[in-house]
Design a protein around this ligand. Structure first.
Ligand SMILES: Nc1nc2c(ncn2[C@@H]2O[C@H](COP(=O)(O)OP(=O)(O)OP(=O)(O)O)[C@@H](O)[C@H]2O)c(=O)[nH]1
Length: 333
């Protein structure tokens, strides 16, 4: 598989509802501006590839809902961000005053290394301005952030601000980038790609007839195909995709693909705290906080090899479908 980028970073946009986060993101990724305001529900994201200092940086930009009622959901995304773009609306003073709260949430929930910039959006609305450029710039200085005034309507400083956020993240992770593991593609390339092995243990979701196939087999490698064909789902079932051998996902022999997945997604999204309830089931060593919990956690990986989400053993497999659909749409777009 040809490598499309060198590194993948996640940026998160935070700020009150209506400040223009979605419009900024659309302007940056699709060069479009839609004057209607449809509040984001939970989180959404878009991707863009930038070339910075000769490095192809794929940025996954998460657009969060500013509305209070979604904060429990959106806070779960903080810990996975490498960069934060705080946005306020220059025509709305309260959105500027609330930055203190957004910043303190980030201090609490985001990783220490997270890079931040401050953006005052709607700079085209000079006549309705309630926050001066100087006030914005002073606040940014106080927080040690770079500052931009932007307009999603005219495109002013949109590209500059997103690119700067990505540059800061790249600089902060320079050492990692130099020893780059990069993407899942790299691993597969290193491992000899198609004829090498990696795990398959999926959960039964009763969807054999549908587009996705999830299944669970406890038998040995040699028996898997027979089980599928004759037992579950049976009736001569033939998968139309490659099934790899089983492999270790925890312990000293952890397969590099799973080491990578666990590194990028250390905890299940829906249940970050629990690992294994009963230590007598821990049959591998060494035990690590990010280990895959029995039985069964799920990972999904995006169209370009980026680990997208990890689901706990309690998360119903059937409920992964909306995320799969979303990623498939992304592949087609
Ligand atoms: N004049 C002007 N209006 C803008 C600009 N950016 C966004 N808007 C308008 O502001 C409103 C809200 O924009 P959104 O992008 O939906 O706001 P949001 O921050 O994503 O809101 P939530 O999803 O609720 O958090 C829309 O009516 C936009 O048309 C801008 O740069 N200039």
């Amino acid at each position: 598989m040809a490598k499309q980028y060198d590194v993948l970073f996640r940026l998160l946009m935070l700020g009150d509802s209506g400040v223009g986060k979605t419009c900024m993101l659309r302007r940056f990724t699709e060069s479009e501006f839609d004057p209607s305001h449809i509040s984001t529900i939970g989180v959404d994201f878009k991707m863009k590839t930038l070339e910075i200092d000769g490095v192809k940086v794929r940025v996954q930009i998460w657009d969060t809902a500013g509305q209070e009622r979604y904060q429990t959901i959106t806070k779960q995304y903080y810990r996975r961000a490498q960069g934060i773009i705080f946005v306020y609306d220059i025509t709305n003073r309260p959105s500027f005053q609330h930055l203190a709260k957004w910043a303190s949430d980030v201090d609490e929930f985001a990783p220490n290394m997270v890079q931040r910039i401050l953006v005052g959006n709607k700079s085209d609305e000079e006549l309705r301005r309630q926050v001066t450029t100087e006030q914005g710039s002073k606040l940014a200085e106080a927080y040690g952030m770079e500052f931009f005034e932007t307009s999603a309507a005219t495109s002013n400083n949109i590209s500059e601000s997103f690119t700067r956020a990505a540059e800061l993240v790249l600089q902060a992770h320079k050492r990692d980038v130099d020893n780059l593991l990069g993407s899942l593609d790299d691993y597969l390339e290193k491992e000899g790609s198609t004829d090498h092995t990696f795990a398959v243990e999926y959960e039964t979701a009763g969807q054999y007839e549908n587009e996705y196939c999830f299944f669970q087999e406890n038998c040995s490698n040699g028996e898997i195909m027979n089980c599928l064909q004759h037992v579950r789902p049976g009736s001569g079932f033939q998968p139309n995709f490659t099934i790899f051998e089983k492999c270790d996902v925890n312990g000293t022999n952890t397969h590099p693909v799973f080491a990578y997945l666990k590194d990028k997604l250390p905890y299940p999204d829906d249940d970050p705290s629990s690992l294994m309830q009963d230590p007598k089931f821990l049959i591998w060593s060494p035990i690590n906080r990010t280990d895959v919990s029995w039985n069964f956690e799920k990972f999904i990986v995006g169209p370009e090899g980026e680990p997208f989400k990890r689901y706990s053993k309690k998360f119903p497999t059937i409920d992964i479908e909306p995320d799969i659909q979303r990623l498939l749409r992304l592949t087609k777009s």
